[in-house]
Design a protein around this ligand. Structure first.
Ligand code: ASP
Length: 317
């Protein structure tokens, strides 16, 4: 694999490999001293044109645990504000000897654009409403840890699917691994191409959650929404909000996920988010698993075969 741009284009074998590798890295992130030498001497650059807390930080933590250098380009203070094009910025970072670029952008297709213009690996950290592959992988890793095999599980993805790159990566990743996905939400928040996706659709929360092993709650992406898609946030919460009552529509041991950041009181109530009263919330665990998944992605794309390292050492001696 040269890049990690989408889960749609990632094979089930590659997903298996990434999840197995990430699982073996979970042990490392739980050590008191979190450091392994695998990516020593390699440089990862993060280029985020959209805000982020979890994704950017976890890529940095992942790189540092693997002993790679992690450099963040602060877009607001970069030459982007002087009008530099995306292509020039990308090629400049490559010329600065980055070994991998992790990019987030508000336009769908930006990660592919970057990959088309670079010789170094590109990881998509979220492009518009298109995909967010490492989020899809960390969701799968979290589900796997709680439920075992993904095959045969029913995952309900609830809310603003139309604007969610997380939903798309979940759909492609989970169905490739043998789970079924039901999208639940108002029809105004369903994507236009929904009939081409390998999913079941429900506009009723009760029906959509029936028999669900996992409830993945999406944030209402108000920054991407046009006006008029929702009558009001209150009405949305009433019809589609996940609270301790509506969660009972799903299986009693249903696992609750949310990619964050959460709008507490809108798409999810605080007690569900915090896993109170016997609710199985894995939201914080997802964040930690994000580190392991990103370590696996960086390892897959940036590690140098030990034979070339030996060769280089030999040359120097
Ligand atoms: N953090 C996720 C993303 O960047 C989910 C969200 O923002 O709602 O797509």
């Amino acid at each position: 694999m040269m890049n990690l741009l989408t889960l749609r284009e990632t094979s089930s074998d590659q997903i298996h490999y990434l999840l197995d590798t990430a699982l073996s890295f979970v042990e490392i992130i739980n050590r008191p001293v979190k450091k392994v030498p695998n990516l020593r001497g390699r440089v990862m650059v993060t280029l985020f044109y959209e805000n982020s807390t979890r994704t950017r930080t976890s890529f940095e933590v992942a790189a540092k645990i693997m002993s790679a250098e992690a450099i963040n380009v602060a877009i607001a203070q970069s030459s982007v504000s002087k009008g530099e094009s995306l292509k020039d910025t990308l090629r400049t970072i490559q010329a600065l000897k980055a070994d991998c670029i992790v990019i987030r952008h508000s336009s769908s297709g930006t990660a592919q654009f970057a990959a088309d213009h670079l010789q170094i690996p590109v990881i998509n950290a979220g492009d518009g409403r298109h995909e967010h592959p490492t989020q899809g992988l960390l969701d799968m890793l979290t589900i796997q840890k709680h439920k075992g095999d993904l095959r045969g599980l029913k995952v309900a993805v609830v809310g603003d699917v139309a604007h969610s790159r997380v939903a798309r990566s979940n759909i492609w990743g989970l169905t490739k691994m043998g789970a079924s996905v039901t999208l639940v939400g108002p029809s105004t928040l369903m994507p236009h191409d929904v009939s081409e996706l390998p999913v079941t659709l429900s506009t009723s929360l009760k029906q959509g959650l029936e028999g669900a092993d996992v409830v993945n709650v999406l944030r209402l992406q108000t920054e991407r929404q046009e006006r008029g898609l929702l009558p009001s946030l209150r009405e949305y919460s009433k019809l589609y909000g996940i609270n301790s009552r509506t969660l009972r529509y799903a299986k009693p041991d249903a696992l609750v996920l949310h990619p964050g950041p959460m709008n507490r009181g809108v798409e999810i109530t605080a007690d569900v988010a915090d896993g109170l009263n016997g609710i199985h919330s894995a939201i914080e665990e997802q964040v930690s698993h994000g580190i392991a998944v990103r370590m696996a992605a960086l390892y897959m794309l940036m590690s140098v075969p030990s034979s070339s390292v030996a060769q280089q050492m030999g040359d120097r001696i």
